[in-house]
Design a protein around this ligand. Structure first.
Ligand code: CA2
Length: 151
């Protein structure tokens, strides 16, 4: 049987991971994060489709495409977390389990980062645990979709 597919979406500027502001975001590149996710997914018996875009509409199209194709969504919406009702609406409409990830602890940062519209559409949120949060999110979603005996 095919492993369940989890779409892992990354929003604007995350393509710069590992190249700027390492004190905030660490030294891993987005390719490293994809490799980390692929390894975690393999262990969990999941397949992943890992993507990044700087465009809000593209994220929304990818979320809509996930319906019927994927078993869940992991998303780091980056700056759109704090601004995009459209992204929240897309995630609410897709009717799939969503886990939101932030590399940094958004609650220790500027006040404008404390609100994430996306969180209203998420089963859970992992933030502040660095890029390892993506692997934790995969583990969490495996439990949510029943792909994990320990859930
Ligand atoms: O902590 C996170 O993962 C964030 O989603 C990252 C966003 C930020 O707007 C959110 O408040 C929290 C920023 C992504 C920018 O990523 C960069 C990575 C390296 C260098 C510059 C930007």
């Amino acid at each position: 049987m095919e492993p369940p597919l989890i779409v892992v979406l990354n929003g604007p500027n995350l393509n710069m991971l590992g190249t700027r502001e390492p004190e905030k975001y660490g030294t891993a590149t987005l390719d490293d994060v994809e490799a980390l996710c692929a390894e975690a997914a393999e262990e969990l018996g999941l397949a992943i489709d890992f993507r990044q875009t700087n465009l809000e509409g593209e994220l929304i199209s990818w979320i809509q495409e996930a319906r019927g194709n994927a078993a869940g969504i992991i998303i780091n919406p980056a700056g759109y977390s704090h601004t995009s009702i459209a992204l929240m609406d897309a995630l609410l409409a897709v009717d799939l389990p969503v886990v939101e990830v932030h590399i940094t602890n958004i609650h220790r940062r500027e006040a404008f980062r404390h609100l994430s519209y996306v969180s209203r559409a998420a089963v859970g949120v992992i933030c502040g645990l660095g890029v390892g949060g993506y692997a934790l999110a995969l583990r969490a979603i495996a439990g949510i979709i029943g792909q994990d005996d320990t859930a």
